[in-house]
Write a new protein. Structure first.
Length: 363
């Protein structure tokens, strides 16, 4: 029987032996960022004792510092991620670093390849908007190599890294509560979800309560806020007024948005949980000849330029993606420079902007 080959020591092993963080061990072994001389020698001694030997090419590149960081966005054609990317780039340029950008198209396999490529290029840190909130071994591997990771828009509680997010459930709760305060009782929901991690809505018991289950993605959290707002006003959930769409089937998404408005029991208001759903429901109303807000009120997500260039101007939940990107970039460079405090989950506020697309309903 063939004997198992001994496991090659990792940066994590060296860090544990030296009594320092993985990030500190990575900097000491790679020759970049700040590490005290005594700590550097202790890490190197532990590496020698364990027989740790980094890749020769990686070591030579690290010794000169690549002065680059990586950003993997879920969809950089999406204005949200484009704005976030601007914020990250602003910080990188200020620090004298070059950002290397990649797009995952919300596909885990694309993201895994992008992260591997960026690590091969010896970037000194990563900002990632993870395509999956259940599969993230590739990000854990980056951290294990001493490369700091900051998450944008989505949080991974089991991963030991900073994240920059919003309170999605509260934002949705506030938006739907506003529609309810305007007299709407039949409030539809249009949500773009990940095809492999889509949420499921089901009754929580016999008292009319409903819950949403599934991976804690922003879309799931916003659906949870929608349900909580209805429950708070004791308004029944209309399952035929809840519609999922996915990014990889745009024609079906448009048809689904139109179908929501063609229903015999058409909702009097629709809450769209993201900017793509907002755009599709607005275009669906126009194509169906449905008056906004006369026949249906619309309230969407993300304060993008187009939302005030249309008639009527759209009510939205406003995030600040450029600020989110800036803060993610600043956290990344703090880690690169040696910040070893416990991981931080930074939650930024949102703002409900009520415009002409929402009106009262007294019928």
């Amino acid at each position: 029987m063939e004997q198992a080959r001994p496991r090659r020591p990792t940066v994590s092993d060296v860090a544990r032996q030296a009594g320092v963080s993985v990030a500190t061990a990575g900097r000491a072994l790679g020759g970049y960022g700040y590490v005290g001389e005594e700590t550097r020698e202790r890490v190197r001694a532990s590496a020698r004792e364990l027989g740790y030997s980094p890749n020769v090419v990686a070591r030579s590149m690290r010794s000169g510092s690549t002065r680059s960081i990586g950003f993997v966005g879920s969809d950089i054609a999406n204005p949200y991620f484009a704005e976030a990317m601007r914020g990250i780039c602003d910080v990188a340029y200020r620090e004298g670093y070059q950002p290397i950008l990649s797009n995952s198209d919300e596909r885990l396999d694309h993201e895994q390849r992008a992260v591997r490529t960026l690590l091969d290029k010896q970037v000194e840190g990563l900002v990632v908007a993870p395509a999956s909130v259940t599969s993230f071994d590739h990000l854990a591997s980056a951290l294990d190599r001493g490369v700091p990771v900051v998450l944008l828009d989505r949080d991974l509680p089991k991963l030991d890294c900073d994240s920059v997010v919003i309170d999605n459930e509260h934002a949705a709760f506030t938006a739907v509560s506003r529609l309810l305060s305007l007299g709407h009782q039949r409030i539809g929901l249009l949500a773009q979800v990940n095809a492999t991690e889509r949420p499921e809505i089901r009754p929580a018991g016999g008292d009319g309560q409903w819950i949403v289950t599934g991976a804690d993605r922003p879309s799931t959290e916003r659906v949870r806020g929608y349900l909580r707002a209805l429950a708070a006003r004791q308004v029944p959930v209309l399952m035929d007024a809840i519609t999922w769409i996915t990014a990889d089937h745009p024609d079906q998404a448009d048809a689904a948005a139109r179908g929501l408005l063609r229903s015999p029991a058409r909702p009097t208001a629709v809450f769209a949980t993201d900017n793509e759903s907002t755009r599709r429901i607005f275009l669906a109303a126009k194509s169906e000849g449905i008056s906004v807000p006369g026949q249906v009120s619309l309230l969407g997500f993300d304060d993008l330029d187009w939302t005030v260039m249309v008639e009527p101007q759209l009510s939205v939940v406003a995030q600040r993606p450029r600020e989110m990107g800036r803060i993610a970039g600043e956290r990344l460079f703090a880690r690169i420079k040696g910040d070893e405090q416990p991981k931080r989950r930074i939650v930024l506020p949102t703002e409900l902007l009520i415009r002409a697309s929402t009106g009262g309903w007294n019928q």
